[in-house]
Design a protein around this ligand. Sequence first.
Ligand code: CMC
Length: 392
Amino acid sequence: TGLITLDDGYANTGSCRSAITFIDGEQGILRYRGVPIEDLAERSSFIETAELLIFGELPDTEQRDDFRHLLTENSWLHRDMRDHFDAFPTNAHPMSILSAMISALQSHDLPEHHFTDENGFREAAASLLAKTRTIAAASYKSHIGQPIMYPRYDLPYAENFLHMMFSVPYRDYETTPEVAHALNMFLVLHADHEQNCSTSTVRMVASSRANLYASISSGVNALWGPLHGGANMGVIEMLEQIRDGSWTPRQYIDRVKDRRSGVKLMGFGHRVYRNFDPRARILKEAAHSMLDAMHITDPLLDIAREVEQAALSDDYFTSRRLYPNVDFYSGIILRAIGIPVDMFTVMFAIGRTPGWIAHWKEVSDNQRQRIYRPRQIYTGENLSEWRPRAER
Ligand code: CMC
């Protein structure tokens, strides 16, 4: 079988060719389909960004209106899906609900043949984007014991999510432009990030020709882990421990440096960025201006700055080129919006859905796509003798 080269964690393995997202980790550059992330974060809506990622270009007015219409039409869940919600215990983790519900959607939503033509795919993409948001908000409502809110057809994507999260019967939640802008920006910044763990998972599942929903629910599960999307919860938990006096920032950093503790500095470090993560730069600035505009003082923002300072002036982090990543400041923004911490990773999943869809499509459109099937270096017994149970 020839000699197999081991590449732990695929740090130096190109798994595919892709035309979706460009990252230059040395210079801190991120572009979706060539468009700089800074422009998209400031000027594009999340849905426009999703169209850019999934269909390859920014939509004109007609395309945008048409896609919005598809999202609106597909935003509500089939009645029968309610029973699935009711079957979860009230303290179920929202990521477990999200992945299970996306899997279940395959049975309730569109027949499989829909994915094979362009219009069917367009509808499936719109349906997934709309329903991921609806499921996320509904899982929160079930968790806090409030009735599930219907989506409103007159609201844009981010505002509609906030409505489903925070409105109650007979009292509609009123958002502010700052909050809607911040949520939109959060989603845009999470929309894709080339071959990260969850997207590679989606591509791997897709390479077996599995359907869109099955592939994306696998992506949700991969995102759940604390080294990936789960880090945004980890950051807030760390900052809260410091706020509550369990550690000073310096003590926390020392704890991280002590290998025996097994503690990592959450929201720090990245496989590709060896300099600043451009998303962290934007979010840090946004967290600051958003809290100012909303007249909120969040002690966690000051603590985050202090921890960042302490880390960036410490040889452990600088010699390893560890800088804040997207998760370091995003939680401050989500807190200011009123999103509870256990929903943070779900927020990441809503944001990442366009990227997952775009990558599923790229794999599925490639007629010559081989199934993903890495090799291994076997380290087990060479040959073991089978013995009857009495002799074991
Ligand atoms: N705190 C302390 N040490 C770290 C950290 C950290 N956050 N990140 C990396 N290191 C150390 C690591 O121990 C290793 O040290 P040594 O060379 O002495 O063994 C060195 O830096 C290189 O790290 P690595 O583990 O080889 O890096 P990786 O590319 O395999 O892992 C990472 C990348 C993001 C998983 C990792 O940096 C990490 O665990 N960070 C904390 C969790 C986190 O913030 N994850 C979110 C990532 S960005 C968004 C996303 O993908 O979801």
